[in-house]
Design a protein around this ligand. Sequence first.
Ligand SMILES: Cc1cc2nc3c(=O)[nH]c(=O)nc-3n(C[C@H](O)[C@H](O)[C@H](O)COP(=O)(O)OP(=O)(O)OC[C@H]3O[C@@H](n4cnc5c(N)ncnc54)[C@H](O)[C@@H]3O)c2cc1C
Length: 561
Amino acid sequence: MCRMTVDSTSPQPVIVVGAGLSGLATALGVALRGGRAIVLESSDLLGGAAAYSGGMVWVAANHVEVREGIDDDLIRGEAYVRDLTHDHPELLDEEAMHLWLKTAPVAMEYWEKVGAIEWEIIPDLADYHDEAAGALAAGRYLTNAVIDGSVLGSWRQRLRVSPNFPVGMTCAQMHVKGRRRSSLAEAEDEEIAQHGGVPAFGKTDAAAADAVAGSDPLTFGTGVVASFLARVIQEPNIDIRLSTPVTDLLTDDSGAVIGVRASSPTGAIELHGPVVLATSTYDWNPELVEEFLGLSPDDFSSLAPTSVTGDGISMARRIGAAVARVPATRTPIVPGWNSRSATGVSNGPEYALPHCLMVDRTGKRFCDDSYWVTIVQGALNPDDRHLPFFLIWDEQHHHKYGLGLTPPAGEYPAEFVSSASTLVELGTALGVDGEQLARTVEDFNVHAVRGEDPAFGRGSVPFILRFAGDPKHQPNPVLGPLSEPPYYGTRLKFVGTGIGSSGLHADACGHVLHESGAVIPGLHAIGSVAALTTMGSGYNSGFALGRGLTLAYLVAQELVP
Ligand SMILES: Cc1cc2nc3c(=O)[nH]c(=O)nc-3n(C[C@H](O)[C@H](O)[C@H](O)COP(=O)(O)OP(=O)(O)OC[C@H]3O[C@@H](n4cnc5c(N)ncnc54)[C@H](O)[C@@H]3O)c2cc1C
């Protein structure tokens, strides 16, 4: 298993950097094994991107499947992961993949047994790429049972609440009702009426925190973090310090990490002990976004909290740590648009609904524009990039679906959405070749009325058809002509979700590797600060949190044997 790189008999505390899900779980694992942990968090809120997330935790052959009689095994789980990364086998760390897959079910059962979470399977949620070998129709997505925020006492005010999901509603309810804002508005009303909960969708953290009263159901990533936090605060040997950004790693003469320097509310501090970096990825660090994705701020934003600034990557690099790179075309970023939302950017499946398409400045399409995977691959193809790119839609789309915070038939924010009575004029307003745009739409419409897209295969991905399309629109839930003026358009950007894919190069046990290839003693990286070499170039929703919780379990075992 994982061999220690530091003296385990040392009385020093484990220094955990970052109070997202991976960091909190590591601290809990350390304390439950009799160790001490100090968790340093840069923000005044804890939970990180995990608290903003969907809270889906992907685990093949997990114990809840066994409990519920769902047939699964690690062989099929491995086949699935391999299939996702088959075109980039060189990126897959075989040892890390095996250890992750094998340990994840054990770790998830452990977290449940020690009272950190009560797992449920998200019903009927198929593996993302259901065409891949070993994919399962349901069972591998775990999330927490609803937890009431009151169990957190005063810590409730320090918990991030997701502006991205209808916290209070369960994952299962959301998937049944669909995630579209239009559907969501109805669903929210029903939920509020049913149990008096206060879904926090679209609210700021502060507003959501103010809403705490009586019944305070927490779900999605907010609920998963709340559940771990509720267990963490019962442990006297865990010291969580908010508003304490770690600025540097301290090393000894041999290059081993012996502690951290941090900036606390009372001044600079130094703490000594083995260090676990759990600072997440680089979404809000423009230099690292440029380096890893080749995207400028005009073309990139993020749904992750702004405290996700790549610090762990930068600090570790300063002491010689290596990074592992996953190509931008294989990074789980999604198309989104500027909006007046809490994060200033919205994303959603509106681009996968009928009566819209995507073009670049030439007015031409370049991919299956209903599926984020092909959009990323098409727009960021290093030999043929298509930036900037634009979403174009018509009045039918406006009337039926709206966009982000704009409800169906609502008024779009004029500063973000252009409109015109002809496609040529719309092109001019957006800085797109309007004549070509009109020809593109004309060609698209010929096939779209029949539910076909011979050019790029829009409407052929089962997952998108099922979860993002409009089931009422036939013959194809994601394809419809753009034939009713006025026409609308907005410049798109890629939106990160705290999963940079590229990051610190860590081995199967989370030991950070030096550029020389050697392990840096005393330093672990877990969660999304570490490159996703465990799963190569493949991504499935739930890998990030699942790997984070698995590594937290392993690292705690190693540091407190
Ligand atoms: C909208 C959205 C939906 C998502 N849905 C899912 C999903 O369903 N399933 C899934 O697996 N993944 C999902 N993700 C991705 C997932 O949330 C992240 O990859 C994951 O949270 C990373 O966990 P982590 O523990 O590494 O870091 P985080 O949870 O981001 O925590 C990192 C913490 O480190 C802190 N920090 C940063 N720098 C410093 C510093 N210098 N000193 C001290 N603290 C620091 C940050 O403030 C933060 O609190 C989603 C993300 C978003 C935004």
